[in-house]
Design a protein around this ligand. Structure first.
Ligand code: ATR
Length: 281
């Protein structure tokens, strides 16, 4: 077997579940996985990635806040990474990095296969316009949602994301203050990092219809404020980002190893662990 060396780069990254997920995929598929977490601030990331390549690194995941930088550092990029303007997966090809983005495919697979949602025809609201939003918006459009409304605390970023998506007939930037006038949505995706400590924006009840699915791209405590809102307003589905995390990891694993791992057992194990976050002890 050829040797492989993988890592996830982020800042902070100590909390990352990716090493555990890839180790589980390796055990399941019989592949010898060496996957570590490397903390790199934006100003040290380029050097850290070069050092990793020198040490024999064959592939990497990239998480907050480095995905746009990874896009710039990749010599070649997949069409979906290009469209997202963000890279979460790097594959060493010769002396260069190839950049891809598996976040959107991971989200769509989680929603359609694990949760059984049909995304086609859903009028969709995307809250937030940062790196996470950029990663998932193209895949949502490709999955057949009808219109995509993008709202963001900083309006210019919503405008920029809508422009980058290049479908002015389907993608509409709007102000957060306009949320009460936008009507009902069948899919509401929270991509903001507000749940990680900031004040969560207040969202009107009028967004919720008969079959609204509310999805937070975060998991654990960061997903609690938005999903609490979704449950309080009786959204039919309230889904956190743990399944997306496992699915995007599986997509990356397949890019590196040419084998598709089974995600269900890994998801169940992480879900059981996650549940302990909410118990009294
Ligand atoms: P990520 O890669 O997680 O998307 P990011 O690029 O820093 O990280 O984007 C964070 C997103 O969360 C942005 O849409 C940000 O809004 P701004 O563009 O106005 O900064 C949004 N966000 C963060 N804290 C927020 C809060 N308290 N209320 C509303 N939006 C918030």
């Amino acid at each position: 077997m050829s040797s492989t060396l993988h890592a996830v780069f982020g800042h902070p990254v100590a909390h990352s579940l990716s090493p555990r997920i890839h180790a589980a995929f390796g055990a399941q598929t019989g592949i010898d996985v060496h996957y570590t977490a490397i903390d790199a601030a934006p100003d040290t990331f380029a050097d850290a990635l070069a050092a990793f390549a020198d040490a024999g690194g064959t592939g990497a995941n990239v998480t907050l806040p480095l995905k746009e930088q990874a896009h710039a550092l990749a010599s070649t990029r997949s069409a979906r990474a290009e469209r997202a303007g963000a890279v979460n997966t790097l594959v060493r090809q010769g002396e260069a990095w190839h950049g891809d983005n598996t976040d959107g495919a991971g989200l769509v697979r989680d929603l359609t296969e694990r949760h059984g949602l049909d995304l086609r025809g859903r009028r969709t609201l995307l809250i937030g316009a940062g790196g996470a939003a950029r990663g998932v918006a193209p895949a949502l459009l490709e999955a057949g949602i009808t219109e995509l409304f993008v709202v963001n605390r900083t309006p210019a970023r919503a405008d920029a994301l809508a422009d980058a998506l290049g479908e002015p007939g389907r993608v509409h930037p709007r102000y957060l203050e306009q949320l009460g006038e936008l009507g009902e949505f069948e899919l509401i995706v929270n991509s903001t990092s507000a749940g990680r400590g900031g004040a969560f924006p207040s969202l009107p009840r009028s967004l919720v219809g008969m079959r609204t699915a509310a999805v937070d791209l975060s998991y654990g405590e960061a997903a609690v404020p938005f999903l609490a809102w979704a449950r309080a307003h009786e959204c039919r589905d309230a889904i956190d980002g743990l399944g997306m995390l496992v699915e995007q990891a599986a997509e990356s694993f397949e890019l590196w190893h040419d084998v598709r791992p089974q995600t269900a057992p890994v998801f169940e194990a992480l879900r059981a662990r996650d549940a302990s976050l909410f118990t009294a002890d």
